[in-house]
Write a new protein. Sequence first.
Length: 102
Amino acid sequence: MPYTYILECADGSYYTGSTWNMARRLWEHQEGLGANYTAKRLPVRLVYCEECDRIDTAFQREKQIQGWSRKKKLALIASDMNQLHVLAECQNASHHENLHAD
Protein backbone atom coordinates (compact mmCIF):
# COMPACT_ATOMS: atom_id res chain seq x y z
CA MET A 1 0.00 0.00 0.00
CA PRO A 2 1.45 3.43 -0.91
CA TYR A 3 1.82 6.09 1.77
CA THR A 4 2.48 9.80 2.11
CA TYR A 5 4.21 10.70 5.36
CA ILE A 6 5.73 13.51 7.38
CA LEU A 7 8.77 13.07 9.61
CA GLU A 8 9.82 15.46 12.34
CA CYS A 9 13.60 15.81 12.34
CA ALA A 10 15.82 16.35 15.39
CA ASP A 11 16.12 20.06 14.53
CA GLY A 12 12.32 20.47 14.53
CA SER A 13 12.00 20.68 10.76
CA TYR A 14 9.65 18.50 8.74
CA TYR A 15 10.36 16.14 5.86
CA THR A 16 7.55 14.93 3.60
CA GLY A 17 7.86 11.81 1.48
CA SER A 18 6.02 8.92 -0.13
CA THR A 19 6.73 5.21 -0.23
CA TRP A 20 5.36 1.74 -0.91
CA ASN A 21 6.60 0.33 2.41
CA MET A 22 6.25 2.65 5.42
CA ALA A 23 8.09 0.43 7.93
CA ARG A 24 11.08 -0.08 5.63
CA ARG A 25 11.23 3.59 4.65
CA LEU A 26 11.13 4.76 8.26
CA TRP A 27 13.96 2.33 9.08
CA GLU A 28 15.96 3.69 6.12
CA HIS A 29 15.50 7.26 7.37
CA GLN A 30 16.51 6.31 10.94
CA GLU A 31 19.66 4.59 9.61
CA GLY A 32 20.65 7.63 7.54
CA LEU A 33 19.85 5.85 4.28
CA GLY A 34 16.56 7.58 3.46
CA ALA A 35 17.38 11.06 2.19
CA ASN A 36 20.27 13.47 2.55
CA TYR A 37 17.98 15.93 4.33
CA THR A 38 16.98 13.50 7.09
CA ALA A 39 20.41 11.88 7.31
CA LYS A 40 21.79 15.22 8.55
CA ARG A 41 18.95 15.68 11.06
CA LEU A 42 18.72 12.38 12.95
CA PRO A 43 16.86 11.06 14.74
CA VAL A 44 13.55 11.45 12.93
CA ARG A 45 10.06 10.68 14.18
CA LEU A 46 7.00 9.75 12.13
CA VAL A 47 4.32 12.35 12.92
CA TYR A 48 1.86 11.84 10.06
CA CYS A 49 1.01 9.06 7.63
CA GLU A 50 -1.83 8.55 5.19
CA GLU A 51 -2.60 5.61 2.92
CA CYS A 52 -3.20 6.20 -0.77
CA ASP A 53 -4.70 3.97 -3.43
CA ARG A 54 -1.85 4.42 -5.89
CA ILE A 55 1.82 5.41 -5.70
CA ASP A 56 1.30 8.30 -8.12
CA THR A 57 -1.43 9.65 -5.83
CA ALA A 58 0.93 9.35 -2.84
CA PHE A 59 3.65 11.20 -4.78
CA GLN A 60 1.22 13.97 -5.83
CA ARG A 61 0.09 14.35 -2.23
CA GLU A 62 3.74 14.50 -1.11
CA LYS A 63 4.39 17.37 -3.54
CA GLN A 64 1.22 19.16 -2.41
CA ILE A 65 2.18 18.99 1.28
CA GLN A 66 5.77 20.03 0.53
CA GLY A 67 4.40 23.32 -0.80
CA TRP A 68 2.49 24.05 2.39
CA SER A 69 3.52 26.40 5.18
CA ARG A 70 4.73 25.02 8.49
CA LYS A 71 1.45 26.14 10.13
CA LYS A 72 -0.59 24.22 7.57
CA LYS A 73 1.56 21.09 8.07
CA LEU A 74 1.08 21.38 11.84
CA ALA A 75 -2.69 21.56 11.37
CA LEU A 76 -2.57 18.41 9.22
CA ILE A 77 -0.41 16.60 11.77
CA ALA A 78 -2.85 17.60 14.53
CA SER A 79 -5.85 16.57 12.37
CA ASP A 80 -7.23 20.09 12.89
CA MET A 81 -9.42 20.29 9.80
CA ASN A 82 -10.91 23.65 10.82
CA GLN A 83 -7.47 25.27 11.00
CA LEU A 84 -6.41 23.49 7.82
CA HIS A 85 -9.35 25.06 5.95
CA VAL A 86 -8.60 28.51 7.38
CA LEU A 87 -4.96 28.24 6.33
CA ALA A 88 -5.98 27.03 2.86
CA GLU A 89 -7.82 30.29 2.21
CA CYS A 90 -6.04 32.98 0.26
CA GLN A 91 -4.07 35.21 2.64
CA ASN A 92 -3.49 37.94 0.07
CA ALA A 93 -4.56 41.31 1.55
CA SER A 94 -6.32 42.50 -1.62
CA HIS A 95 -8.23 39.21 -1.86
CA HIS A 96 -9.30 39.57 1.77
CA GLU A 97 -10.48 43.15 1.14
CA ASN A 98 -12.47 42.09 -1.94
CA LEU A 99 -14.23 39.36 0.03
CA HIS A 100 -15.45 41.89 2.60
CA ALA A 101 -16.23 44.85 0.29
CA ASP A 102 -20.03 44.90 0.31
